[in-house]
Every structure is written in C-alpha cells, then in structure tokens.
Design a protein around this ligand. Structure first.
Ligand code: 5GP
Ligand code: ZN
Length: 113
C-alpha cells in the first residue's frame, strides 16, 4: 500500500529496530515506547485495522498470534505483558495498518482505559 508508514517499514524503505520476522509478519520496536518493552507486530499484508482482519489468510492470522508469544519469550517478559490493538478514532489509532502493541517490563495499570 503506497503511503502507508508500516508498509514502508516492512519493505525496509523506512528503517526500524526489527525484533522478529517470518513469512507473514514483522515486529519492531515502537519509536516512542510507553513501557520498557514496547514492540509492534504487524501483518506483512496491508489491512487497515483489526476490524478488517478477516481479509487476512488463516495462516497469517495464526502466525501473528503465535509471533506474540515467541517475541514475549525472546524479550524475557516472563512476568507478563499486555497486548493492545487500537482500532479507529475512538481508540486513537494513528497508523492505519493493523498492529498489535506488546507492552511489558513493568506493572501495567489495572484499568485498561
Ligand atoms: P497506534 O496509535 O496507531 O495504536 O500506534 C501507532 C504506534 O506507532 C505508536 O505507538 C507510535 O509511537 C508508533 N510509530 C509511529 N511512527 C513510527 C515509526 O516511524 N517507527 C516506529 N518504530 N514506530 C512508529
Ligand atoms: Zn500498510
């Protein structure tokens, strides 16, 4: 997708700190971390948000979910972590390419919103 920031990160046109990659997904450190560990996991296929995740193949969906646990283990998040996917204006989604935030390395707030 032209003019999509995360598509440009996946293609390497914009540099990123990669932490994981497989056939279906790419993961990199958030440029403005909100926790000691803050990683974004994105499908390599462009879809705008989790509301359009049904456009992804079952293989891609499974790969993303599997990648989250692999990355958490790789990052040593043994005491837990939070996964967030903001969708649309009410959730303050700022990049219109589906992404999952992995947040960890400290105690999270009890309330999510
Ligand atoms: P959203 O607000 O859409 O849920 O999350 C978008 C995330 O992308 C934000 O946490 C923001 O810091 C991150 N982000 C925005 N631009 C860049 C960038 O150029 N590189 C990286 N690594 N992260 C970015
Ligand atoms: Zn994209």
């Amino acid at each position: 997708m032209e003019n999509c920031l995360f598509c440009k990160i996946i293609s390497g046109d914009i540099p990123s700190a990669k932490v994981y990659e497989d056939e279906y997904c790419y993961a990199f450190r958030d440029i403005n971390p909100q926790a000691p560990t803050h990683i974004l996991v994105v499908p390599k296929t462009h879809v705008a948000s989790i509301a359009e995740a049904d456009q992804l193949s079952p293989g891609a969906l499974a790969a993303i979910l599997s990648a989250i646990g692999k990355i958490a283990r790789q990052e040593g998040l043994d005491n837990g972590f939070r996964v967030v996917s903001n969708c649309g204006p009410d959730a303050c989604q700022s990049v219109q390419h589906l992404h999952f935030h992995i947040l960890g390395g400290r105690q999270m707030a009890e309330k999510m919103a």
